[in-house]
Design a protein around this ligand. Structure first.
Ligand code: FAD
Length: 276
């Protein structure tokens, strides 16, 4: 799995599948359900830490073009779960629709972004979603809209689903104005985050009312290293991996950060990264 994730660490998956259609995916899910094979769904691997032991069961990737389409109709965008978020940002801006520019610089797919309500200080993807088309883990179709959607800070009510497609309602605005906003957001992000390094973005969630990065920085942990894993000296909530790093290095560094921050401030940091 290492080459498929941004951290570039972790062992193999028992099975790795890329279905060619929603029907095929549904059959895979039914078969796995009946055979009691655990299933995990993977997007762009930009928020994943895979353990060195690897992943038992099946890892499903929605990389086939059947899951990656992006359509714009009026002020509504419909995007496949496997579509790159960056592609949806550029397509909607080109169509003169505002909303997605607040997500500039976030890697990964639409599926990964929705399930973890990706976003930042300018807004979250959840605010744009009006409908999600999905399958449950037995392969049966599910649709969520209105109250069924429920988004919170880096969470959604969709962790028990395999998202296939989502519908977004956006605001018409001249492309140049949206592009200008996107440019500003991108510049600020580039200035504070180690975007060129191997990371998963913020490794811990911000505790209510404070910033995980600030706590880690105040605990004097910037630059701390365990094996090939390091607390970024640019942004303390980014852990980066260096060549030769293992998943265990990252887990031990996360544990050290949690222990030191809790010891000093009495706050237990919760991982934002999904650990498989
Ligand atoms: C440099 C960098 C900067 C980042 N900046 C930000 C930021 O500003 N804000 C932010 O929120 N995040 C940020 N991230 C984290 C990450 O990019 C987001 O969490 C992203 O939305 C994850 O999407 P993904 O497709 O890579 O998901 P993955 O990492 O592949 O998976 C993450 C989770 O989503 C689930 N998932 C993926 N696809 C589906 C699907 N179709 N159906 C159901 N579940 C699915 C997986 O099972 C897993 O639990 C950053 C990461 C990096 C590397």
């Amino acid at each position: 799995m290492a080459p498929l994730t941004w951290l570039q660490v972790g062992g193999p998956a028992q099975y790795c599948l890329a279905p060619r259609s929603a029907d095929e995916l549904s059959r895979v899910l039914k078969t796995c359900h009946e055979a009691q094979i655990p299933v995990r769904i993977m997007g762009g691997g930009s928020n994943l830490l895979v353990r060195d032991e690897g992943v038992p069961g099946a890892v499903i990737r929605l990389t086939n073009p059947a899951f990656c389409s992006v359509k714009v109709d009026g002020n509504v965008c419909t995007a496949g779960a496997g579509a790159a978020l960056s592609h949806v940002i550029s397509e909607t801006i080109r169509a003169g629709l505002a909303g997605f520019e607040v997500l500039a610089g976030i890697p990964g797919t639409i599926g990964g972004a929705i399930v973890g309500n990706a976003g930042g200080r300018h807004g979250d993807i959840g605010a744009l979603v009006t409908k999600v088309v999905a399958l449950d883990f037995t392969g049966s179709p599910v649709q969520r809209e209105g109250d069924g959607l429920m988004f919170e800070y880096r969470e959604s009510a969709m962790r028990d689903l395999i998202i296939l497609e989502a519908v977004f309602e956006l605001q018409p605005e001249p492309t140049e104005e949206i592009t200008e906003r996107l440019r500003k957001i991108w510049i600020t992000k580039k200035a504070v985050q180690p975007l060129a390094s191997q990371s998963v973005g913020c490794i811990f969630k911000n505790p209510r009312g404070s910033s995980a990065g600030e706590l880690i920085d105040k605990a004097g942990l910037k630059g701390t290293r365990v094996g090939g894993a390091e607390v970024s000296d640019r942004h303390a909530n980014f852990l980066v991996t260096l060549p030769g790093a293992t998943s265990d290095d990252v887990l031990r560094l996360m544990n050290l950060v949690q222990t030191k921050v809790e010891g000093q401030f009495g706050i237990r940091l919760e991982p934002e990264v999904q650990i498989w």
